[in-house]
Design a protein around this ligand. Sequence first.
Ligand code: CP
Length: 328
Amino acid sequence: MRNFISVHDVDDVNALVEKALMYKDNPFIHKNLGANKRIGLLFLNPSLRTRLSTRIAANNLGMEAVVFNIDKEGWAIEFEEGAVMNGTTVEHIKDAAPTLGLYFDILCIRSFPSLKNREEDYAETVINQFIKYAGVPIVSLESATLHPLQSFTDLITIKETFAGKTKPKVVLTWAPHVKPLPQCVANSFAQWINAWGAADFVITHPEGYELDEKFTTGATIITNQDEALKDADYIYVKNWSSYRDYGKILSSDTNWMLTNEKLKLANNAKVMHCLPVRRNVELSDEILDGANSLVTRQAGNRVWAAQAVLSEIIAPIPLKGSYSRRIK
Ligand code: CP
């Protein structure tokens, strides 16, 4: 694996899940794999889980990890080719990225979309400019449109907890929020579940919240949440702003927040969320604090997802044994 930007960078999704679960069982099995290598974690936005889990994963592989809050501690970077830099930006990506590529063996980037210009956001300029100019492997810690480490984690969490004999029904449901949020987590979850191909996958949201079809094709899309939740084994809760009316909040309907009453429609479903979550707006206390919540397990699994990805980039190592389909 050269870069990790989306599910398309992964040859075998199931094998990568197995590798992550191997690391969950044996965190230090490859403690020297990354010896004498340095990873740069560059943040243009806040983060708790991504920042810490990726750093821990790198340390488990023996790598030195340096976190750089580039938005606060670095110069303001210009990403536009040919820009006349007479405004607020100080340093061009064509100069910053190759410099960082000399300092680090792998660069990981966290950026968010503007939510103002859909074409610009969906062009993924920030991550693509790093790929173009850094000269070292690039790992997305969330980009303008995707959050691949989160979605890989989500798949690990589903595979390690699913005890059924047939394929699970997985439902991605929109939930209300007070702020317009990116579509990244929802896009990415859809992309990974579709690529996995072993779930009955349903997406439910109010009218106007349709995601980009390039991520959702293959899923059943229903605007009646109760109908979507019927017999679900997993319910993934997430807010996103409108893709059609780009970046807008079109609904604040509190009936879309998942409650124990709604959970009765499902098949004793496990409930997932990437965190951070606005309690009692996006997801109720009773669900988050209840027995069906997987959110803390998901957050913990971020370490193993990152470790598997970094390990594949440093040196792919064949697996021995099988680690999935277990509930611990
Ligand atoms: N889920 C996630 O990416 O969390 P952070 O924003 O805290 O990294």
